[in-house]
Design a protein around this ligand. Structure first.
Ligand SMILES: NC(=O)c1ccc[n+]([C@@H]2O[C@H](COP(=O)([O-])OP(=O)(O)OC[C@H]3O[C@@H](n4cnc5c(N)ncnc54)[C@H](O)[C@@H]3O)[C@@H](O)[C@H]2O)c1
Length: 251
């Protein structure tokens, strides 16, 4: 087992990539705090993970709330005595809104869930990990590497995640903390449910890129990349972004 005696906190664990990452990490022996705003998906994860060597426990958390993110990490340390791995995964889409159609409420919601959350998590994780090291894995997006994979708020939030990842990785490299991001391409998950009232203009503009996508990925393909970043197999990988997109951004 690759993660025996490790403790991982995974946000957005009730669906999609967070669920796949939690399940794979538990199968590799890690104890998991599965954080999400909604309990149903995590209950399904707990049921699926019953035979795994690692234990999965639910912690209800809205990642856009600083106090709840800090409580989530304190909960992991209280429950399992440590936190070795943090996966900042929870995220939402932005209805493909270009800037002229973007209202402040959507901007603030997307930045809160996708970016502020990652800062809250990284800050608290580094404080906990600075004694014995650890690994932080931020789920960014190809939308954090290219300008037209989503709307303005999502794109800005994921560029922010990439910057935060690089800064954190470098700053704490000598404390044994590695901080990396994954930039997935299109992956079959439930993230479409976070979209309503799509911008027709934004959709039409981004469709130029969507047409070049070789295929959609499966959440498990992202989970295997996360596992690589969570183990010593990636011991010299720090402060960088691993693109996992089937070749989409190679276009
Ligand atoms: N699916 C894709 O094509 C794709 C591509 C690139 C990047 N991503 C990123 O991957 C990550 C995971 O997305 P997914 O595709 O698995 O989506 P998903 O919708 O299947 O899962 C996201 C989970 O996050 C939870 N969540 C939403 N808001 C939350 C909040 N405020 N606090 C806590 N939990 C919250 C949801 O309840 C859900 O369980 C996101 O950061 C997303 O931006 C997705």
């Amino acid at each position: 087992m690759k993660l025996e005696n490790q403790v991982a906190v995974v946000t957005g664990a009730g669906s999609g990539m967070g669920k796949a990452i939690s399940l794979l990490f538990a199968q590799e022996g890690a104890n998991i705090v599965a954080a999400d705003i909604q309990p149903d998906g995590v209950q399904a994860l707990i049921d699926e993970g019953k035979g795994a060597p690692g234990k999965i426990v639910f912690k209800e958390t809205d990642v856009s709330d600083q106090q709840q993110v800090e409580d989530m990490i304190d909960f992991a340390v209280g429950q399992f005595g440590a936190m070795d791995i943090l996966v900042n995964n929870a995220g939402i889409m932005d209805n493909m809104m270009p800037v002229a159609e973007l209202d402040n409420a959507l901007w603030e919601r997307v930045l809160g869930v996708n970016l502020y959350s990652v800062m809250y998590g990284c800050r608290k994780a580094v404080q906990v990990m600075c004694q014995k090291g650890g690994r932080i894995i931020n789920i960014a997006s190809v939308g954090g590497l290219n300008g037209a994979r989503a709307g303005a708020a999502y794109t800005a939030s994921k560029y922010g995640v990439v910057g935060l990842t690089k800064n954190t990785g470098f700053m704490y490299a000598n404390q044994g903390i590695r901080c990396n991001a994954i930039a997935p391409g299109g992956v079959e998950t439930n993230i479409g449910l976070s979209m309503q009232n799509l911008s027709e203009f934004g959709l039409e503009r981004t469709s130029v890129c969507t047409k070049a996508m070789p295929r959609q990925g499966h959440p498990e393909e992202i989970a295997h990349a996360a596992l690589f970043l969570a183990t010593d197999e990636s011991s010299f990988v720090n402060g960088t972004v691993l693109t996992v997109d089937g070749g989409w951004t190679a276009f």
